[in-house]
Design a protein around this ligand. Structure first.
Ligand code: FAD
Length: 408
């Protein structure tokens, strides 16, 4: 069985690795001429570490990632008072069977890429059309059209295709068009939803960061209308900072759009000194308007399915976007193991049935955090803080982190 994966992000690469482990001839087609992730960190929670263990890659995480001793350390914006904290470290392994790391995205991507044979990754291939018409080509074949930067184009035939090409997926419309053809009443997905927020993302060299930001702790400062998250990455050499603020006029949704440190400073004027120190030392500032999607009514049509942000673009408030993509990847491989061309649609439908409910719920939960994290000071904020103190994050983490591979 051949499967083409459109998109060489964390989700697409993880899918290729799991599919190959399941005996599928999987090839990734990525639009960019080289794989790269911009300077930013991500949480690698236990529900990612376990799949990485099954790929034989988790043992490499300590080479670059930082193992968290605590997470969800919520602090108050003005005085830094700790509102709640969740012990991780040994406690995490005891509760969820794996540690929790924080890492530079580029390092995680390189780890996945390094495990994939070079010939299975085709760079500079931008997908612009997907067709599947039984009997039109060889029965069961999916046809993908790609263009290259030099203007060249190519059609690729495959037995099944996976759209792992992010929130603006080029594959998703093919899924919905085919569904609408079969059933005109099939709901059509909405365009991405603008959250009204943007994220400033930057790195701070360890030598210039306040000592509290070097602890192996994922820290979240909550204040009216905005919040700021930080944790150390790259074996502790850098602190990764994400500041979520009202977007104002900003609509650019690009990992590479530059931001200005003075704009962040203006947003966080009056906040605690440690926050000010981080902002004053900001390097490589990026600004990114935040979009998500409503849960999609379906991910699959025939021999084409979606995975990762293409299937469930979410706000980053539970740090689960890449994690859900990796969960998708493993379940997909488990479902298609042993499938042939004829049984592939049923295998992909099973994958969707197993994954869509959980990923949709994480999408909606993440949206809920948007409001709670930004409450103005007052009675509602005091109620939220009291709930945090009673351990609400712990309960949510158990559902997210404790999850493991369902049996199809
Ligand atoms: C501020 C912020 C913080 C985050 N923190 C975390 C975190 O701590 N933990 C976590 O798990 N997640 C986190 N996320 C979410 C995570 O980054 C995404 O959910 C994850 O990157 C999605 O991976 P993906 O592979 O599905 O999509 P993407 O990373 O978007 O990759 C899609 C790939 O497809 C390629 N592509 C697009 N269109 C085409 C085409 N037509 N043809 C060929 N290739 C194409 C793109 O170039 C790209 O390489 C965060 C997100 C943000 C914004």
């Amino acid at each position: 069985m051949r499967m083409a994966i459109v998109g060489g992000g964390i989700g697409g690469l993880a899918a290729a690795l799991f599919l190959r482990q399941a005996g599928i001839d999987a090839t990734v087609y990525e639009q960019a001429p080289a794989l790269r992730e911009v300077g930013a960190g991500l949480v690698v929670p236990p529900n990612v570490v376990r799949p990485l263990e099954r790929l034989g890659l988790a043992k490499r995480l300590p080479e670059f990632a930082v193992r968290l001793e605590a997470a969800w350390e919520f602090r108050r914006w003005q005085d830094g008072r700790v509102l709640s904290v969740q012990p991780m470290g040994d406690e995490c392994e005891r509760l969820y069977g794996a540690p929790c790391y924080v890492a530079h995205r580029a390092d995680l991507l390189a780890l996945l890429q390094g495990a994939l044979p070079a010939a299975q990754l085709r760079l500079d291939h931008r997908c612009h059309a997907v067709e599947q018409r039984d009997g039109h080509y060889r029965d069961g074949e999916v046809q993908l059209a790609f263009v290259r930067r030099d203007g060249g184009s190519e059609w690729v035939s495959t037995d099944a295709a996976v759209g792992a090409d992010g929130i603006h997926s080029a594959v998703a419309p093919a899924v919905f068009a085919a569904a609408a053809e079969a059933d005109p009443a099939a709901a059509v997905p909405t365009t991405p939803r603008f959250s009204g927020l943007c994220a400033f993302r930057f790195l701070v060299p360890a030598a210039e960061a306040p000592a509290m930001a070097l602890r192996p702790v994922q820290t979240l400062w909550l204040g009216p209308g905005r919040h700021l998250v930080h944790y150390p990455i790259s074996s502790g050499r850098l602190v990764n900072v994400v500041a979520i603020v009202p977007a104002g006029h900003w609509r650019t949704e690009s990992w590479t759009a530059e931001g200005r440190a003075e704009d962040i400073a203006a947003e966080f004027r009056g906040w605690h000194d440690d926050v000010q120190r981080l902002i004053a030392a900001a390097r490589d500032v990026r600004r990114w308007a935040m979009y998500d999607r409503d849960p999609l009514p379906r991910w699959t049509s025939g021999r084409v399915t979606l995975l990762g942000d293409a299937a469930h673009a979410m706000l980053p408030f539970f740090a689960q976007g890449a994690a859900q993509a990796i969960e998708d990847a493993e379940v997909l491989a488990q479902c298609v193991r042993g499938a042939d061309v004829a049984s592939m649609p049923a295998a992909l439908a099973r994958y969707e049935a197993l994954r869509r409910p959980r990923a949709s719920e994480v999408q909606l939960m993440s949206r809920g955090r948007e409001y709670r994290n930004h409450l103005p000071d007052g009675p509602e904020q005091e109620r939220r803080d009291a709930e945090l103190a009673r351990g609400e994050p712990l309960r949510q983490s158990a559902w997210l982190y404790g999850h493991d591979l369902p049996q199809p």
